[in-house]
Design a protein around this ligand. Structure first.
Ligand SMILES: [Zn+2]
Ligand SMILES: [Zn+2]
Ligand SMILES: [Zn+2]
Length: 87
């Protein structure tokens, strides 16, 4: 089984915003929220039309995010393409 090699980069982040930062600026809407575990950036998921969480990874190369949805503890490493468990 492959393992994420980026978990050492994870910090104790607090969500930087109450919603997707870019969508809030644009006045747009999102479906689900994702939290960057490196810097606390909040972005929208790939089911949202703007996909700001993935765009954040592309521009920042911060590899690990988690779901910011209540009750969801899963995360994702964009580099390894592995699901992570933050429960
Ligand atoms: Zn990884
Ligand atoms: Zn967004
Ligand atoms: Zn980040």
């Amino acid at each position: 089984m492959s393992k994420c090699t980026h978990t050492g980069q994870i910090r104790e982040v607090k969500p930087a915003a109450r919603g997707c930062e870019e969508c809030l600026q644009m006045g747009d809407t999102w479906v689900h929220l994702r939290l960057c575990m490196i810097c606390g950036h909040v972005g929208c998921c790939d089911s949202s039309k703007n996909r700001h969480a993935t765009k954040h990874f592309r521009s920042s190369h911060h590899p690990v995010m988690r779901s910011l949805e209540p009750g969801e503890t899963w995360g994702w490493c964009y580099v390894d393409e592995l699901e992570l468990d933050f429960s």
